[in-house]
Ligand binder design. Structure first.
Ligand code: ATP
Length: 265
């Protein structure tokens, strides 16, 4: 597993900017869901975005991924203004997003699912009735991805027969197929039992350190294990930003967010 200096600020000056948000806002009618967000994420950084229900996390992800257009402000990715680009254009530049719900073909094998994901990145048309092995390059790439995530021995199984945690891993394999420069992970462990969540967290921590990762996650153990820096959203605004230790010890964060969670339990 890759070495990772969790809980430490790794913002070395030589690391360049990956993502910049400037004055980003989104209104839904009279509701201000995201308000004047300014954020910088460096290349190779692992950033968690946390916040209570309705804080604006999903809306912010949608603005970064291009699923929503901002009401105001700009999004730059690797020094390019991508504010008006559609999601597929952002994906071509290396910005990939996963979703909270699984988006696989349950009655197809694990390998077919990954091959479909891999070939979708290229123009070649997929014809499902010819043998899987004739997809040569895609086949090799899919096998390599499954191997990387420890799923190669499951390649012939139907997705619907796998535990939910492994289905999430397959989605991650497909997301990694495009060799993303920035990976947006939307609650990757949501709905997973504790054991599977731990396994997935280990996989996330071992991803290529060159890949920039922004993770929205309700489970604090996961968020604080994967991330080196944390941004806390509250009512659409940034309440705090810092290293995992700084955020854990931030009295304001404890009061409005971490404290609220404890009360809920
Ligand atoms: P959760 O943790 O519950 O997923 P969140 O932090 O992701 O919450 P958002 O889903 O971004 O929060 O929602 C922020 C606010 O914007 C909420 O008040 C929500 O009701 C509202 N909102 C989100 N999407 C829309 C929409 N399409 N139309 C109207 N209001 C919306």
């Amino acid at each position: 597993m890759a070495e990772k200096g969790n809980h430490q600020d790794q913002r070395k000056p030589e690391r360049k900017l990956c993502l910049t948000l400037k004055g980003l806002s989104k209104n839904f009618g009279s509701l201000a869901a995201v308000i004047n967000i300014n954020l910088e994420v460096l290349q190779g950084e692992r950033r968690a975005i946390i916040g209570a229900n309705g804080a604006g996390k999903t809306t912010l992800f949608d603005l970064i991924g291009g699923q929503l257009r901002p009401s105001a402000g700009h999004v730059s990715f690797l020094d390019r203004d991508i504010t008006r680009m559609r999601p597929f254009q952002r994906a071509h530049l290396g910005l990939t997003r996963t979703y909270q719900i699984t988006n696989l073909f349950p009655s197809l094998s694990v390998l077919y699912n990954v091959i479909l994901g891999v070939q979708a990145l290229e123009k070649t048309k997929f014809v499902p009735c010819i043998p899987i092995t004739s997809y040569g390059r895609f086949y090799d790439q899919a096998e390599e991805l499954l191997d990387r995530l420890g799923l190669l021995d499951k390649k012939e199984e139907l997705v619907q027969h796998l535990p939910y945690g492994e289905q999430r891993l397959i989605e991650l394999a497909i997301a990694l197929a495009g060799k993303p420069k920035l990976l947006l992970l939307d609650e990757p462990t949501s709905g997973l039992p504790a054991g599977e969540s731990k396994e997935l967290t280990k996989v996330l921590m071992a991803l290529d350190p060159e890949t920039t990762i922004i993770i929205v996650e309700h489970d604090m153990d996961v968020a604080f294990s994967v991330a080196e820096r944390v941004t806390v959203l509250h009512l659409g605004e940034i309440l705090a930003e810092g290293t995992t230790d700084e955020i854990k010890n931030n009295a304001e964060v404890q009061r409005v967010y971490l404290g609220e969670e404890e009360e809920d339990e």
